[in-house]
Ligand binder design. Structure first.
Ligand code: SF4
Length: 399
């Protein structure tokens, strides 16, 4: 239950003192009331967000927070609307088939989230009688909910006085205090600084206000300091170098992996696909057969891994160009082979034929949509790209 609506008195809202050592404290403490007043005037109208003064629905808050992990608001919005129309509450989602949830998720990326989403809905139904728990501790015990998501749900859905610290909030906090310790090592200090800002009342609105500030004003590049509600207390603005915060340790880029993908097209317009193992990268999703993706891929031996199509006599031909895709931990390059085979061609035991026209209903991840589009010269259109670039429990700027 939210503690106070959007119209709560500004006089009653106070921030805790900031006492974390090692920061260059602003002359005046940032005022939660100033941020909330700005939020009341400028809040983003998002499909999962309760209206001013309305009680948030924990199911919608949870669903949106899971979808928003590593993904932009723009990419998530249409998926959220479709999910809510099809599964309007946790009971409905728990009763759904996992395959249907994966299909509806296809294109949003990070597919472990979809499996956890389904598992979480069932757990909430079985363990909590269909009601999300309000405590952060109990929330983190649910599938797919880490510390950030638990804090966001606790604050937004239940008004808990807790700080939900994602990439946007880290950026705002780092600039506000010109906090020069590096991420990710200094995450606990960032959390402490953010926690000190949370007011006693309207904690949910405050969490969303910070998210909105980071997404629309305190952006990674060219922050709009002149219209920021905290411009007078911001240490980085006074130093004129806000873009240099937050400080980050240099990331080691993942090693490039390479492989081959095989697109077999039957004379009756069907395409050969298989399901990936339930666990691991793209677990349970649909793919065309491929070689393993490795750092030492040998293109000259790729055809040894081509699927065996009895009665099909495939003649594989290399499709010019390569398909590239970037996963969280590594970039991938795939060469694509295509074979047009007879209608009598039989699928290997671990694969199946599906009509090309029905591909859009498959749980086909973006990398496979790219492969198929490449092989079929654009006969299917990749769905929304999902904008996925960060590690779990982090969210993108611009959300
Ligand atoms: S004044 Fe500028 S740098 Fe500081 S919090 Fe506001 S937008 Fe960010």
């Amino acid at each position: 239950m939210r503690l106070a609506g959007a119209g709560a008195s500004r006089k009653k809202i106070r921030s805790l003192p900031i006492e974390t050592p090692g920061t260059k404290r602003p002359v005046h403490a940032p005022s939660a009331a100033d941020l909330l007043a700005w939020y009341d005037r400028n809040r983003r109208d998002l499909p999962w967000r309760a209206g001013p003064g309305a009680t948030p629905d924990p199911y919608r808050v949870w669903l949106s927070e899971i979808m928003l992990q590593q993904t932009t608001v723009r990419a998530v919005a249409p998926y959220f609307v479709r999910f809510i129309a099809r599964w309007p509450n946790v009971d409905a989602l728990a009763a759904a088939q996992l395959e249907d949830v994966l299909r509806a998720w296809a294109g949003l990326g990070y597919y472990a989230r979809a499996r956890n989403l389904h598992a979480c809905a069932r757990t909430v139904l079985e363990r909590h009688h269909g009601c999300f728990p309000a405590s952060e501790v109990e929330l983190t015990e649910l599938p797919g909910i880490g510390p950030y998501t638990a804090a966001a749900i606790a604050a937004i859905a239940f008004g808990a006085r807790t700080a939900a610290v994602d990439g946007n909030v880290e950026r705002v906090v780092a600039r506000l205090f010109a906090f020069d310790q590096e991420l990710p090592a200094a995450k606990p200090q960032f959390r402490a600084l953010a926690a000190g800002l949370v007011p006693r009342k309207r904690a949910g609105d405050f969490a969303q206000a910070l998210m909105d500030l980071g997404a629309t004003i305190c952006t990674p590049r060219r922050p709009a300091c002149a219209i920021c509600p905290w411009m007078n207390v911001c240490a980085a603005r006074r130093r004129s170098d806000p873009e240099t915060f937050p400080r980050k340790a240099r990331k080691r880029a993942g090693l490039l992996r390479r492989g081959a993908a095989f697109v077999a097209v039957r004379a009756d317009g069907c395409l050969l696909v298989r399901s990936r193992p339930a666990r691991g990268l793209l677990g349970g999703m649909t793919e065309v057969p491929t070689t393993p993706w490795t750092n030492d891929f040998d293109a000259g031996r790729a055809l040894h891994a081509a699927p065996d199509l009895s009665h099909g006599k495939p003649r594989w031909r290399r499709v010019p160009g390569i398909v590239t895709h970037v996963f969280t931990h590594f970039p991938l390059e795939l060469v694509v082979f295509r074979a047009d085979v007879r209608a009598a061609a039989k699928a290997p035991a671990d694969a199946r034929w599906i009509p090309v026209a029905e591909l859009a209903d498959e749980a086909l991840p973006n990398v496979m949509r790219k492969v198929v589009a490449h092989a079929l010269a654009g006969r299917i259109t990749p769905r929304a790209p999902g904008g996925l670039v960060r590690a779990p429990e982090r969210r993108l700027a611009g959300k």
